[in-house]
Design a protein around this ligand. Structure first.
Ligand code: HBZ
Length: 829
């Protein structure tokens, strides 16, 4: 019966819904334009056309998506699979249309179909507003992993939050960042499907009651102050080649009842609607910080809300397939993307113990088996903690559970380290050193069977610094999984010229087996191939130059060296060190106008957290320097600076392919991994970088001779700090540094306003937390080596080819396979 249904539905809809010839696609598109969008071509706006095409593509995904669910069901019924659940408060999938066309293998057919109808496919792809449901690295990594899970055929769910407003749009006004609300859902989202019948209830606040059940066992009942409902919205995540289609399931908060009828009946209409408004606030907006804001109640509620919905959903699916909650860990593994979902440890305990009557010890075993925790940052200020009082107000039952976990855990600690109460205090889930806090990273370390960092260096530093005590306690839990990025979006889709050139000589196996790029090595010295390689880069630079002109009004020369730094603004990432280099070159050219310099275009992009004043001032500095450099006749044709506003996935796709030089210049020991570094290098940029994060491994792979290394190493940073770092010493002894700093300080870039950048300059002169001054001269010297190398285009091209050829390791497919082997113990189907 089931099979018959599948066949007949499939057959009936075949051509209009699944056909992939240009004619089929064109016909289906017109159909969707008419029936789904209610338009005919002469009346259609560009968004109507985009929507019709998106529905046409979605139809072609549907068959695979449904088949996938059927397959899961069969495998689940046979108890032969374990499903990976990736729990993340952020996902940054980027625009779906182009990626789905690529993964379905119907890109060219669709282009032809659109041409037949007189439309331009690229314009329609460009119409899509991307879902900006993340801040940066961590959210983007989650989406790369979803792409890889589907491509290497691992059944998976991505669970997260359907924010109504994602990361703000950035505009630059008078050189300053201005934040604009991101209304990504305004024109409709054709990729998601709401599933109101699968809603989950989430309790909040209130108190607990302890009682004895019929069999005399002590039980706990949570009497919440209120309940909200989570509605799942599903987005298909198709793997390359269309093998399988996993699901990104994002939760939207709604009121359980739209109206409180009692209030409504007594005429208090506003009070009745207020509940609804309050409930929906939970998933209104993404917190735009890449560090936590201590004590923001709504943030804790967001985290708990999506975690509770997701775990209940997992139990629901299990139940539907006849699994008891006691088998939870045999059917699922769940990865915690940093600590944002770490309340899952207490929530799963609550669900198992309180709601499904599982004994504490058994529930604890299930919980630990289920979860793995990935840490993404060493910054101490980014370690999430919640004031105990606030935590107990929102989650009274979870606070009790955390206390009980802690009590048992500290017993274990005291057994392992008898008499060492300081060790116990350091490990405790509760920070009692002042105001009391629940330490979420500690909850994760105790409640998970595996803890990992995101690059070799970072994982080592986790063990020796941030989580040292936990490593001492549970050395076997610690792992490293170096990040990776998907070569589908970050090469095949975003750099079609390079992809075609590569596939032309080594075939297209690299798209799913990135190690095959090694086959390019023999071509690195081939002059004809080099010439084609340069032509690709030159065309990509041309495209970026056009984008820069359109977005910023700055005209840049595509023959100049494109020196690019795009990432969130943060002092540790040291965008301002890059600026000091620009000012140094500017000062040199002003002093020696006849000097021979390699023309460079400096491109910046990235958002600053709205409350991070110093990061915003750095944006203003970049734009102020740009204003002077770009308009000085002495500098014309030699240096240009552009700040590309609103850097996001979509712009990233246009930026990485056009770079000659990738700036990865964080202070050693600060950047956990970086993933932009990988995207640049895969697209043929050479890296100037410190030994930080994944730079270390990139350099190992591409060869030291193909990487521009500078700067202090981690141990040198520590040594210098221990000795007492004095930035002034560098300022006093280095005339070029002094000149650059004095130019900023004098108001040279701020129309004579000497106060504007004082907070930035003063901080550098007095503390310089990220040691720009210590790394300044090595950075400048290294940049001079870059310029010299760029003059030899043949050798530069050779290095560029070798960079791409040796990037195999940095595919997210490799990273996800490592999670499968080491942490999740699942095998690709
Ligand atoms: O995660 C980034 C790292 O900075 C970057 O080096 C790494 O490549 C990337 C993926 O692993 N981290 C983040 O984007 N965000 C956080 O680390 C973070 C941690 C705690 C928070 C908020 C953000 O409360």
């Amino acid at each position: 019966m089931e099979n018959q249904d599948e066949v007949s539905t499939g057959e009936k809809c075949r051509n209009i819904r699944t056909g992939s010839s240009p004619d089929d696609i064109a016909q289906a598109f017109l159909d969707n334009l008419y029936y789904a969008q209610g338009r005919i071509p002469v009346l259609a706006t560009r968004n109507d056309l985009y929507m019709a095409l998106a529905y046409t593509v979605r139809d072609r995904l549907a068959a695979r998506w449904v088949a996938q669910m059927q397959q899961f069901r069969r495998a689940e019924l046979k108890k032969s699979i374990k499903v990976v659940c990736y729990l993340s408060a952020e996902f940054l999938p980027g625009p779906h249309l182009g990626n789905n066309l690529l993964n379905l293998g119907i890109y060219d057919e669709t282009r032809q179909a659109m041409e037949q109808l007189g439309y331009n496919l690229e314009e329609l792809i460009d119409q899509e507003t991307e879902p900006g449901l993340g801040n940066g690295g961590l959210g983007r990594l989650a989406s790369c992993f979803m792409d890889s899970l589907s491509t290497i055929v691992v059944p998976a769910f991505g669970y997260g939050i359907r924010y109504e407003f994602g990361i703000f749009d950035q505009e630059i006004r008078d050189g300053w960042q201005v934040e604009i609300t991101d209304k990504w859902l305004k024109l409709g989202n054709p990729w998601e499907m709401p599933l109101p019948e699968l809603c989950q209830e989430v309790k909040l606040g209130g108190h607990t009651e302890h009682y004895q059940d019929g069999q005399g066992r002590s039980r706990v009942r949570w009497i919440p102050a209120g309940v909200v409902e989570g509605i799942p919205y599903d987005t298909p995540i198709l793997g390359y080649g269309g093998n399988i289609c996993n699901t990104l399931r994002l939760w939207k908060a709604e009121a359980v009842e739209s109206f409180d009828f009692q209030d409504f009946n007594v005429g208090n209409y506003y009070a009745a609607v207020e509940e609804k408004v309050k409930s929906e606030t939970i998933t209104k907006v993404l917190y735009p910080n890449d560090e936590p804001e201590i004590g923001k109640m709504l943030r804790l509620i967001q985290e708990y809300f999506f975690v509770s919905c997701s775990l209940q959903d997992m139990i629901r699916i299990g139940k539907m397939l006849g699994n008891s909650p006691e088998c939870f860990d045999q059917r699922y593994v769940a990865q915690l993307n940093d600590t944002h979902p770490s309340i899952a440890v207490a929530e799963l305990m609550r669900l198992l113990v309180d709601e499904h009557d599982v004994a504490w010890e058994k529930a604890w075993e299930i919980t630990q088996n289920t979860f793995g925790y990935t840490n993404h940052t060493l910054l101490p200020e980014a370690l999430e903690k919640w004031p105990v009082e606030l935590f107990g107000q929102i989650l009274p039952r979870h606070l009790e559970i955390v206390y009980e976990i802690n009590r048992r855990f500290l017993d274990q600690v005291r057994l392992a380290f008898p008499g060492d109460e300081e060790q116990a205090a350091r490990l405790s889930l509760i920070d009692e050193s002042g105001c009391r806090y629940v330490r979420m990273a500690h909850l994760a370390c105790v409640g998970c069977h595996a803890v990992n960092g995101v690059a070799k260096l970072h994982s080592e530093l986790l063990k020796s610094e941030v989580l040292r005590d936990f490593h001492e306690m549970f050395p076997e839990k610690f792992h490293n999984v170096t990040n990776g990025v998907t070569p589908r979006r970050w090469m095949a889709l975003s750099n079609p010229r390079l992809a075609a050139l590569i596939s032309g000589v080594i075939g297209d196996g690299w798209i799913t087996q990135l190690d095959e790029l090694r086959k390019l090595e023999p071509f690195a010295d081939d002059p004809a191939f080099q010439e084609k390689w340069r032509r690709v880069k030159r065309e990509n630079k041309n495209d970026l130059a056009t984008l820069i002109l359109n977005r910023t009004g700055v005209a840049v020369d595509p023959d100049s060296l494109f020196d690019i730094q795009v990432k969130r603004l943060h002092e540790y990432k040291r965008q301002h060190l890059n600026v000091l280099h620009i000012i140094t070159l500017y000062a040199r050219l002003k002093r020696y106008p006849a000097s021979d310099c390699v023309p460079r275009t400096f491109v910046f992009g990235g958002k600053a957290a709205p409350g991070y004043a110093m990061a915003k001032l750095i944006i203003k500095l970049i734009n102020s320097v740009a204003g002077v450099v770009n308009t000085d006749p002495d500098i014309r044709g030699r240096l240009n600076v552009a700040f590309l506003p609103d850097f996001n996935v979509k712009t990233g796709q246009q930026v990485y392919p056009a770079a000659d030089l990738s700036e990865q210049i964080s202070l050693a020991g600060e950047e956990a991994s970086g993933t932009g570094n990988m995207k640049f290098s895969m697209n043929g940029a050479l890296t100037i970088g410190t030994l930080d994060g994944a730079n270390v491994e990139i350099r190992e792979e591409v060869g030291a001779e193909n990487f521009f290394l500078f700067g202090l190493k981690v141990d040198e940073v520590e040594e210098l700090k221990a000795r007492g770092y004095d930035p002034r010493k560098y300022y006093d002894s280095n005339p070029a540094l002094r000149e650059a700093i004095d130019l900023i300080r004098s108001g040279h870039f701020s129309g004579g306003n000497a106060q504007l950048f004082a907070p930035l300059v003063d901080l550098l002169m007095q503390r310089d937390n990220y040691m720009l001054f210590a790394d300044y001269q090595p950075y400048i010297d290294c940049q001079d080596r870059v310029s010299a190398a760029f003059r030899d285009q043949q050798n530069w091209t050779r290095m560029s080819i070798l960079n791409v050829a040796r990037m195999g390791k940095f595919s997210s497919d490799r990273a996800v396979r490592e999670y499968c082997d080491m942490i999740w113990k699942v095998q690709p189907v």
